[in-house]
Design a protein around this ligand. Structure first.
Ligand code: SF4
Ligand SMILES: [Zn+2]
Length: 284
């Protein structure tokens, strides 16, 4: 488990008494939350030139909870195994803590329902995330929807973006591949009329796409977006690896070049290449 202080954000902002309280009550800070002695950090200015202030004290509490969960998984299941349903329970908790961190900046960002520029990116996910999506599709989609999805997945699969090929690339190569992918202007299979059909269970990569710049900057080819970096992004990403380690079925799905091993990530085209009765578990 690599949750160190490097994953922590330091307080770098102290609101002035007469400025609007970061809790968004509309009251001046001096008359509102000042006495609570919270710590804050600023992510800089957003597209409306507003200073983005985050309550670090609350975020720290969530950071601690993520840490506890990872500790619990490591020490409870260190030498035994964990079921997929238990791992998904942990995944839901992590997503929910992450959402609370995201809610802190919701009023500052242009990411809203109906905005789907980022849904043309190369979105990669781990096995447990793909399994969570699979279960959702299996339970909630009609046969017709599943067939439609499958035919889209199969006809748009591009081996250039196979996980084995992506694993040959270094960080720079991955970056270039990501930019090249955007040029395909290929919507995510789960995007329908600018709405995500699996929003509730969307993977971490989609959840962390939060921008402080104008939405149009996320359009394909622009690459001028200013991403928001929240404190929980790193711990939750680490959490995905930690909760997958004790799952028997995911044993082969590790990038063995990294230590500690990180889980392999694939596009939905590969996870669901065999349909929705199971994810494709072929490993490295
Ligand atoms: S899963 Fe949903 S949010 Fe993520 S890229 Fe696809 S449509 Fe967009
Ligand atoms: Zn307040």
């Amino acid at each position: 488990m690599q949750m160190t202080d490097e994953n922590r954000i330091k307080p770098n902002y102290r609101p002035k008494d007469n400025e609007n309280c970061p809790c968004r009550s509309g009251e001046p800070f001096g008359k509102c939350c000042k006495s609570k002695n919270n710590e804050y950090y600023s992510l800089g200015k957003n597209y409306q030139n507003r200073k983005v202030i985050v309550n670090l004290t609350k975020s720290n509490a969530r950071f601690e909870k993520v840490h506890q969960i990872l500790f619990e998984i490591t020490y409870t299941y260190g030498s035994s195994s964990i079921s997929i349903s238990k791992a998904i329970e942990y995944l839901k908790t992590l997503y929910s803590l992450l959402q609370d961190d995201i809610d802190e900046i919701k009023s500052y960002i242009p990411c809203n329902k109906g905005c789907s520029y980022c849904c043309y990116s190369l979105m990669l996910s781990t096995a447990i995330e793909a399994e969570y999506i699979r279960q959702y599709i299996k339970a909630d989609f009609t046969e017709e929807q599943k067939n439609e999805l499958l035919s889209y997945l199969r006809s748009n699969y591009d081996p250039e973006y196979s996980f084995k090929r992506l694993y040959e690339l270094d960080e720079k190569g991955l970056n270039i591949a990501g930019k090249e992918y955007l040029k395909k202007i290929l919507p995510c299979p789960f995007l329908k009329g600018d709405v995500c059909l699996i929003y509730e269970v969307r993977p971490f990569a989609c959840r962390k796409h939060m921008v402080l710049s104008e939405a149009i900057n996320c359009a394909s080819g622009s690459r001028k977006e200013k991403r928001a970096q929240l404190q929980l992004f790193n711990p939750v990403r680490i959490g995905l690896d930690v909760m997958m380690q004790p799952v028997e079925r995911y044993k082969g799905l590790w990038d063995k070049r990294t230590y500690p091993s990180t889980s392999i990530v694939k596009t939905v085209y590969e996870w669901f290449s065999k349909g929705f009765n199971g994810i494709d578990l072929e490993g490295l």
